[in-house]
Design a protein around this ligand. Structure first.
Ligand SMILES: *Cc1c(COP(=O)(O)O)cnc(C)c1O
Length: 393
C-alpha cells in the first residue's frame, strides 16, 4: 500500500468503548470470535443444522413452542416491519399504543402498510392499562401493537392484562420486545402474544443486523388466509418459512457470520440461565439506581415501571447535556444516550444491557459521572454514588 493510500484509508482501529447507551451494547468476546469463523454457504448442511439449533434456542428465549420462530436478516425495525406487513392487509384496522418513539414508529409502519391506524396515546414514560385500550378495542381492530420495553422512555409495559383485553376483543397482539428480550422475562405462550420481534444488539449483546421474531399459530393462520400477497417480498413469512422450514428453498442469502454471532450470543444466555440473567440485569439496575439517587438524579418513567436494562433519568439542572455526554465518551470511553422526542435535552438513557450489565460498569459510570457533574457545580458528596451502589442488599 502506498503512503498516500495508507493515509487516506488507514487501517480500521475502532476505539474501545464501554457501550452504556440504548444500544448497541457491549459485545461479548465470544460473540466476536464466533463471527470470525469460516463462512459456509447458506444451504450448507452445517448451516442448515445451525439454523435449526438457533430456532430451538430462540424458542427457549421467547418461551414459546411457536414453529415460526426465526431471525429476520436485518435490524429490529425490520422485525417491526415484518410482523406488521405480514398481518396487515390494506384497509385493515390496527390499534397502536404510543407512549414513546417506538410506538410512533410502529404507527408509521402500519400506516405505510395501508392500515387504518387507531392511535392510543399516553404521556411519555407512562404505561398502558386495559382501560386505556377499551375505546379502541370496541372498534375491533385486527391487530393491536404495543412496545414492551420503550427504549426512548425507560418504561416497562406489563403485557398480560393487555393481552387478555386484546384477545377478548378478538384481536391479535403484536409486541415489540427489541430491548426486553434477554434482559427480562418475555413469555410469548403464557402471555398469548401473536407476533413478536426483537433485535440482536440490545440485551442479546450481538452486533446489530438480525431480528429474532416469532408468530403464533393464530397469526400464521391469518397470514395463510390473506387475500392479498404480503406487500414486502423480502419480509414475506410464507416465503421465509420455506427457507427456515423443511423445504430449504432459497429465498435470500442469509448473513451467515451474523448468524454465528447470534447463535453464540443466545448460547451465552442459556449457559448463564434465563433466571440468573434476568436477576443480574435487575441487581445491576438497582445498584446503579442507588448510586444515581445518591448523586441527586431521579428516574423519568412512571414509578414501579422502570426498566432494568434502560435507565432513563432526569438530567440535573446544572449539567449541560451534550457536554457531559461528550466528555464521558472522550475522557472515559463511556457511551450513554441522550433523550429523544419529548425527552430531548431532559433525559439521559443509561443502558445496562446484556454483557454490559456488570457491576464494574455501574461503578465506572458513577465515578465518571460524579467527576463531570462536580465540575459543573452539581452539589455532590464525593464518593457517595459509588458508596450507595456498593451497599449490597
Ligand atoms: C432499538 C429499537 C428498535 C429498532 O431497532 P433497530 O435495530 O434500531 O432497527 C425498535 N424498538 C425498540 C423498542 C428499540 O429499542
Amino acid at each position: 500500500m502506498t503512503d498516500q493510500l495508507a493515509k487516506n484509508y488507514p487501517e480500521l482501529r475502532p476505539p474501545l468503548r464501554t457501550l452504556l447507551g440504548p444500544g448497541p451494547s457491549d459485545i461479548h468476546p465470544r460473540v466476536l470470535e464466533a463471527m470470525a469463523k469460516p463462512t459456509v454457504g447458506h444451504l450448507d448442511p452445517y448451516y442448515l443444522e445451525l439454523m435449526d439449533r438457533l430456532q430451538a434456542m430462540l424458542r427457549t428465549l421467547f418461551q414459546t413452542g411457536n414453529a415460526m420462530t426465526f431471525a429476520i436478516s436485518a435490524t429490529g425495525s425490520a422485525g417491526m416491519e415484518a410482523t406488521v406487513v405480514n398481518l396487515i392487509e390494506p384497509g385493515d384496522t390496527m390499534a397502536v399504543c404510543i407512549n414513546g418513539v417506538f410506538g410512533q414508529r410502529m404507527a408509521d409502519v402500519a400506516t405505510r402498510a395501508g392500515a387504518q391506524v387507531i392511535r392510543i396515546e399516553k404521556t411519555w414514560g407512562q404505561v398502558f392499562t386495559a382501560d386505556d385500550l377499551a375505546p379502541a378495542l370496541e372498534r375491533k381492530p385486527k391487530v393491536v401493537g404495543i412496545v414492551m420495553a420503550e427504549t426512548s422512555t425507560g418504561a416497562g409495559q406489563p403485557i398480560e392484562e393487555i393481552s387478555r383485553a386484546v384477545h377478548d376483543a378478538g384481536s391479535l397482539l403484536l409486541v415489540d420486545a427489541v430491548t426486553a428480550l434477554g434482559g427480562m422475562p418475555v413469555c410469548v405462550d403464557d402471555w398469548q402474544i401473536d407476533a413478536i420481534y426483537a433485535g440482536s444488539q440490545k440485551c442479546l449483546s450481538c452486533p446489530p443486523g438480525l431480528a429474532p421474531v416469532s408468530f403464533s399459530e393464530a397469526a400464521m393462520e391469518v397470514i395463510r388466509t390473506r387475500k392479498s400477497s404480503v406487500q414486502s417480498w423480502y419480509l414475506d413469512t410464507t416465503m421465509l418459512s420455506s427457507y427456515w422450514g423443511t423445504e430449504r428453498a432459497y429465498h435470500h442469502t442469509a448473513p451467515i457470520n451474523m448468524t454465528y454471532g447470534l447463535y453464540e450470543a443466545v448460547r451465552l444466555i442459556l449457559e448463564e440461565g434465563l433466571d440468573a440473567c434476568f436477576d443480574r440485569h435487575l441487581q445491576n439496575h438497582r445498584a446503579l439506581r442507588r448510586g444515581l439517587e445518591a448523586l441527586g438524579i431521579g428516574y423519568a418513567p412512571q414509578t414501579g415501571y422502570e426498566l432494568p436494562m434502560l435507565n432513563a433519568v432526569w438530567i440535573p439542572k446544572e449539567a449541560d447535556d451534550a457536554w457531559t455526554r461528550r466528555e464521558l465518551l472522550r475522557r472515559y470511553g463511556i457511551e450513554i444516550g441522550g433523550g429523544l422526542g419529548d425527552f430531548r435535552g431532559r433525559v439521559w438513557r443509561i443502558g445496562l444491557m446484556g454483557y454490559a450489565s456488570r457491576m464494574s460498569n455501574v461503578l465506572w459510570l458513577l465515578a465518571a459521572l460524579e467527576q463531570l457533574l462536580a465540575e459543573q457545580g452539581v452539589p455532590i458528596e464525593p464518593g457517595s454514588g459509588i458508596a450507595a451502589a456498593s451497599r449490597f442488599e
